[in-house]
Design a protein around this ligand. Structure first.
Ligand code: FAD
Length: 239
């Protein structure tokens, strides 16, 4: 009895926290609310069903409405129907999504970050107005085609996909690889080398404008549900 009395009572351990530097505290209260909403959605709506889609190598289209309702597409964009909130928030959202499922993370990152971000940063005012509000509302899904079968990290120096202007038409020719959302996207930001000045330029190719093919063995790429191949050999009107 006396031995039991002498055992020192230890304080309960704090809950596990992988945010070692407490960077989460940099966010303001409304940003934290958004991140918590995303975490709840990922844990309650995505985690319970996602393995089924991995096994079937299919994309969970049923989740798109829920992701839309989070109102998180274009947090680093001001205006154009986007929620705003800043790049820091966008990165926290990306982390929360990837924490549960890396394919949803690719889907969202490609749509909101790569495709919408490219149109926002590089597009004309007319192009922003034309596509960003619909993309923010997930009425249109975007993809981003930079990587090629023979060109990865060295894209800026050596893209093999070419763009040639003939009068009022651009002719894109080449092949892309690893393109998330490619088979179902409504529009694709395609990067190609303009043969006239050797500069890499971006072209928005809308559904029906490009030949899109699914990769033959997506499971081998570790992203079971993200189609990743797009072949382009199309004529586009200049805009
Ligand atoms: C999940 C996922 C989703 C993706 N989605 C898209 C998408 O939507 N659209 C798109 O366009 N692409 C996409 N990609 C492709 C991605 O951007 C490329 O994988 C990336 O550009 C690297 O290219 P690579 O795989 O050909 O590797 P490589 O460029 O061949 O690199 C292979 C290795 O060599 C190293 N290396 C390369 N160059 C150098 C150098 N000069 N000096 C030293 N080391 C070097 C790299 O660090 C790497 O370790 C996606 C990739 C992944 C994994």
């Amino acid at each position: 009895m006396s031995e039991t009395k002498n055992i020192k009572q230890t304080r309960p351990l704090p809950a596990p926290n992988s945010d070692f530097y407490q960077t989460f505290d940099v966010l303001n209260e409304s940003q934290k609310e958004v991140v918590k909403r995303v975490r709840t959605f990922m844990e309650t709506q995505v985690a319970p069903i996602i393995n089924r889609y991995w096994s079937a190598a299919e994309f969970p289209f049923e989740l798109i409405a829920g992701i839309r309702d989070l109102h998180i597409a274009g947090t680093s964009i001001q205006g154009y129907g986007c929620p705003g909130g800043g790049s820091l928030l966008a990165n926290y959202i990306a982390m929360e999504i990837a924490r549960v499922d890396c394919s949803i993370s690719t889907f969202f990152g490609v749509h909101s970050g790569l495709a919408m971000g490219s149109i926002y940063i590089c597009g004309s005012e007319e192009q922003r107005q034309r596509w960003l509000p619909d993309m923010a509302a997930f009425n249109k899904i975007g993809c981003f085609a930079l990587t090629e079968p023979l060109v990865g990290s060295g894209a800026a120096g050596g893209l093999l996909t070419t763009a040639r202007r003939e009068g009022d038409t651009w002719i894109l020719h080449g092949q892309k690889k690893w393109i998330g959302n490619a088979t179902f996207a409504d529009l694709c930001v395609v990067w190609a080398r303009d043969v006239s000045d050797n500069q890499v330029k971006a072209f928005v190719v809308e559904k029906g404008d490009a030949r899109l093919h699914r990769g033959e063995d997506r499971k081998q790429n570790g992203l079971a549900r993200c189609p990743e191949r797009a072949d382009h050999d199309r004529q586009l009107p200049c805009s």
